[in-house]
Design a protein around this ligand. Sequence first.
Ligand SMILES: [Mg+2]
Length: 228
Amino acid sequence: MNSHVDLVIFDCDGVLVDSEVISCRAHAQTLTRHGYPITADQVLERFLGVSDREARQTIETEIGRQLPDDFESKVKQATLQFYAGDLRAISHVGEAIAAIGLPKCVASSGTPEKIRHGLSCAGLYDRLAPHIFSATQVARGKPAPDLFLFAAGQMQVSPGRCLVIEDSVPGITGARAAGMTVLGFHGGSHCRPGHADMLRAAGALMTFDDMRQLPGLIARIGARAAVD
Ligand SMILES: [Mg+2]
């Protein structure tokens, strides 16, 4: 069982913590204040799972000028304020982590501070530290494969034996480009009808919306890979 899955790599936002809706609110508020009027829903649609750096490039190209140097820190400040009051772990993810008897790590587009704060607010930090990797540690964020390859390297597991849990198209694209198997999770409160189809189209092997399903899915994938 699990003989061909040696590492489970969790995305953070929307997979471990139910943070996407909160982050989108913080982004929308800060962008609107900087002359780029946008709603939380529009942020969700356009920038879900994209690293801060890639999102900044897109916005700056559209408005034809640079955002101020402290833009990210303003977004971060707003996000962390919202987190402290509103952030929750994804339902049952703590049980799922406890039930998966394999090495695990986190690979997130967020900064190390944001990941740590989010996981701490949700009561998950101690279960996953120190195996937490941020897009700030690699040249290119998701949808590039860099962060997944870096995480696999740090954990000393070959990419083909990694299983990634992702809730976004850029994340799935990056994991597939890294040569990894991906499960698409669509149980976060930001997910709309059609989200699972989108994740499958991006390359997720299977999709699920309840973390209680995850240990069983991992066992099935391990068994199937062993037969193949
Ligand atoms: Mg995510």
